[in-house]
Design a protein around this ligand. Structure first.
Ligand SMILES: Nc1ncnc2c1ncn2[C@@H]1O[C@H](COP(=O)(O)OP(=O)(O)OP(=O)(O)O)[C@@H](O)[C@H]1O
Ligand SMILES: [Mg+2]
Length: 751
């Protein structure tokens, strides 16, 4: 057991004390994930536990794969049988096995976010509601939030609190949409992402025998990144481990960054109450980063009030100072970062793969990408538009999904008239209405087309029905790859793409071939227990942003959002776009809690770096189609300046920039005195304690408004409509600002 020697005392304790409840809440880079990995290896290798009896829940499938590989190295091939993966993938597997208990087919479809929003859009239309008020996005988030708090549509409709809330938001029909949405998903034999957790809770609550079965199976339950579990995930793990109580969770409250998705720090506090015999282990030594980085991270996170006290220190080298890159524009920021990477590579012989560029939102990647391309630095983007989100891929996937589960309404809508077969939108509407009026699935309508539709439409639909029938037969006769190839051909998709001789068309054709390759690889993988088409579809449905990249992807710089970077580490890290309203995000300035979440996000970003950290900001940036002046982020001021130095690349070739007092303090050499913290623009405005944003759909020029950051002001003019609706506001203390109304939180004060 060589591997045990590489652990410090408390880590060792976390690994070998396998019985009873254990919680490790410790700082970044202190070896939490390592402890979980070794604990599993130890269970198999030393205690002879069957991997089949171990359940480990990770944040991404990629993390699960990496852990599994490491465990295999220690404990051998047996580790293959571990139950390990994300909450969604593990519980989708259980739901599949137990689907009949909930009245679902075992080949239920998993709706992705696009499917869900498309269904919501149809429902809003059918209910004849205004889709500007009931925006699919807004409705979807509301339903998702309810599900994550385990509120069923019945409870939602019966609870006057929600009703009142929705009425005050001028969306009184939300509860009814939630109901219809749930019924339609059920009828389509489909679950959305949130259902995978919601329905697991229902399954364990209503079917005690099923719960017992899994309680017997999982002797040991483990959760990584515990701070980002929501209440629904928490209850599942608690139930599963209720009998044996062998549950180990690791996390860091300072890295909790998913509150906006319902993650609840309360789970950590509840854990102590729920398990009175809890073994709590503290890890304080950071093995990842230099002293400079650890100390700088500490200096930032201590600004948060809400946190569990902990020390993080390291015996690693002091390391070099954090470098500050200032650019005059977002494009220049890209250039500075790219040329800095180039220089680091020259000087320190580092590989591209050891470098990460982290940003707050995906849209920031464009300028960076351009600069990297220009300097011939290879890169990959994680979590952008993924392969499986491309139209041609979704089209073929929809054929496969519909063949497997012909109740699936969203797939039906995608393929019924693609490639074109003369079935118009009104026929499609008729089919869906008929299905809903008669409480049957779209498939049953197709089976009786002549009963619901007239002559020509009925004939076209009947042909479609026969074709799908044939596909269904094929998947029982052939392996997944052969069947899928056949479907791609017979459906007409391949021909359609092949005939398009443009570059894009060729690309799409190749993508479809690539999908078929992926299916081939899947069916050839002997390590897979289930190599059916159904298993493939499920695996794809549960791919998270991080899983898109193949691991053998060559030597590339990684670009991703900070949210995606959780748990990872890189030698060199660049955090870009450190500007007010971007990071912290404008949407997160409304309360102390939101701002603290942004600060935790910054903490996560800093602590990804092993040896060198760079912070970049731009003084102007194109946002929402307009050039904006930017102020350096308040987070820059929060880092203890003794750990920061101005980069050689720091742009000085600018006329005085009134919005950059932060830089002035550095340039004029006042850097090492903390007291030089620059004074930011002050205003007398204090947000009122009960600040709640108003519905701005009726906002007009002349109205007086309040903004949580800019205070009071008057609307000068309105611009555009829909998602791009903007208001130009003259603020009493901050002057004129143009705000995008779908983001800005404004309270309307009548005159
Ligand atoms: N005892 C140790 N000796 C040497 N290296 C260690 C030790 N413990 C952890 N490490 C290394 O330190 C780094 C951070 O460990 P790990 O990723 O497990 O930390 P973590 O607490 O999970 O971090 P995060 O909070 O970012 O998820 C890894 O490279 C790991 O291999
Ligand atoms: Mg970790």
């Amino acid at each position: 057991m060589e591997y045990l020697k590489s652990l410090n005392e408390p880590q060792h304790e976390g690994v070998v004390n396998t019985e009873g409840p254990t919680m490790i809440i410790a700082g970044a880079g202190s070896g939490k994930t390592r402890v979980l990995t070794y604990r599993i290896a130890y269970l198999i290798d030393h205690k002879g536990v069957d991997p089949f009896n171990i359940l480990a829940l990770t944040f991404t499938n990629k993390a699960a794969r990496e852990m599994r590989e490491r465990i295999e190295r220690v404990a051998g091939n047996d580790a293959r049988n571990l139950w390990m993966g994300t909450f969604h993938s593990v519980f989708a597997r259980i739901l599949r096995a137990e689907a009949d208990r909930l009245g679902y087919p075992s080949n239920f479809t998993i709706y992705d976010t696009d499917d869900s929003k498309s269904l919501i859009k149809s429902i809003v239309k059918e209910m004849q509601l205004d889709d500007k008020v009931y925006k699919p996005n807004v409705v979807f988030n509301r339903i998702s939030a309810a599900k994550n708090r385990l509120i069923s549509w019945r409870e939602y409709l019966n609870n006057p609190v929600y009703q009142a809330d929705d009425e005050s938001n001028m969306k009184p029909e939300l509860g009814k949409i939630y109901k219809t949405y749930s019924e339609r998903c059920f009828k389509a034999g489909a679950m959305d992402f949130d259902d995978l957790l919601f329905n697991t809770n229902v399954l364990f609550k209503d079917h005690i025998d099923v719960l017992n079965k899994y309680q017997q199976r999982f002797h040991y339950v483990m959760v990584d990144e515990f701070q980002d579990t929501n209440i629904s995930q928490y209850l599942i793990t608690r139930k599963l481990s209720a009998v044996r109580q062998n549950i180990a969770v690791v996390g860091d409250d300072a890295q909790s960054i998913y509150a906006f998705r319902g993650a609840d720090i309360q789970n950590i506090l509840n854990f102590e109450k729920d398990y009175p015999d809890l073994r709590v282990i503290k890890l304080e030594q950071n093995y990842r980063s230099t002293q400079t980085i650890v100390n700088a991270a500490n200096s930032v996170i201590k600004k948060n009030k809400a946190q569990l006290p902990k020390k993080v220190w390291t015996s690693n080298d002091e390391g070099s100072l954090i470098e500050l890159l200032r650019a005059t524009s977002d494009n220049e920021e890209g250039k500075l970062v790219a040329s800095s990477i180039f220089e680091e590579k020259m000087q320190h012989q580092i590989h591209n793969s050891e470098v990460a560029i982290l940003y707050r939102t995906n849209s920031q990647s464009r300028a960076i990408e351009e600069a990297l391309r220009r300097m011939n630095i290879k890169y990959k983007i994680i979590g952008g538009v993924s392969f499986y989100q491309r139209k041609e891929i979704k089209d073929l996937m929809a054929y496969l999904r519909f063949t497997m589960n012909p109740k699936d309404e969203e797939s039906f809508k995608r393929i019924i008239n693609y490639p074109k077969r003369g079935i118009g939108a009104s026929t499609v509407d008729k089919i869906i209405v008929a299905a809903n009026d008669h409480g049957i699935s779209v498939w049953e309508v197709l089976e009786n087309a002549s009963h619901f539709l007239d002559g020509r439409a009925a004939a076209a639909v009947a042909d479609f029905h026969v074709m799908i029938r044939r596909f269904q037969h094929e998947i029982t006769q052939q392996d997944a790859y052969e069947a899928a190839s056949q479907i791609a051909k017979s459906s007409g998709i391949l021909r359609e793409l092949y005939e398009d001789k443009t570059v894009e068309g060729l690309n799409r054709y190749e993508n479809v071939m690539e999908l078929l390759n992926a299916i081939k690889e899947f069916t050839d993988d002997e390590e897979k227990e289930d190599r059916s088409l159904g298993a493939f579809l499920q695996e794809v449905a549960l791919i998270t942003g991080l899983d898109n990249e193949k691991d053998d992807d060559g030597d590339k710089v990684t670009l991703m959002t900070i949210h995606m970077a959780k748990g990872l580490e890189f030698n060199h890290v660049y955090i870009v776009g450190l500007e007010e309203d971007l990071f912290p995000s404008q949407m997160m300035l409304n309360s102390r809690a939101d701002l603290e979440e942004e600060r935790r996000l910054f903490y996560v970003a800093i602590t990804r770096a092993k040896s060198k950290l760079f912070l970049a900001y731009a003084l102007t940036r194109y946002r929402f189609g307009r050039l904006k002046n930017c102020e350096p982020s308040r987070f820059l001021e929060e880092i203890d300046p003794s750990y920061v130095k101005v980069s050689k690349k720091f742009s000085r070739d600018t006329t005085p920039l009134p919005n950059d007092s932060y830089a002035k303090s550095f340039v004029s050499g006042m850097k090492k005195t903390t007291s030089s913290t620059p004074v930011r623009k002050k205003s007398n405005y204090q947000p009122s304690a009960d600040f709640t944003p108003s519905d701005t759909s009726n906002l007009q020029a002349g109205m007086r408004v309040e903004h949580p950051k800019f205070g009071y002001g008057k609307v000068l003019e309105m611009d555009e409509s829909g998602a791009n609706r903007k208001a130009k506001v003259s603020f009493d203390d901050f002057g004129e600002k143009t705000l995008l109304l779908s983001f800005a939180k404004l309270k309307i004060h009548e005159n």
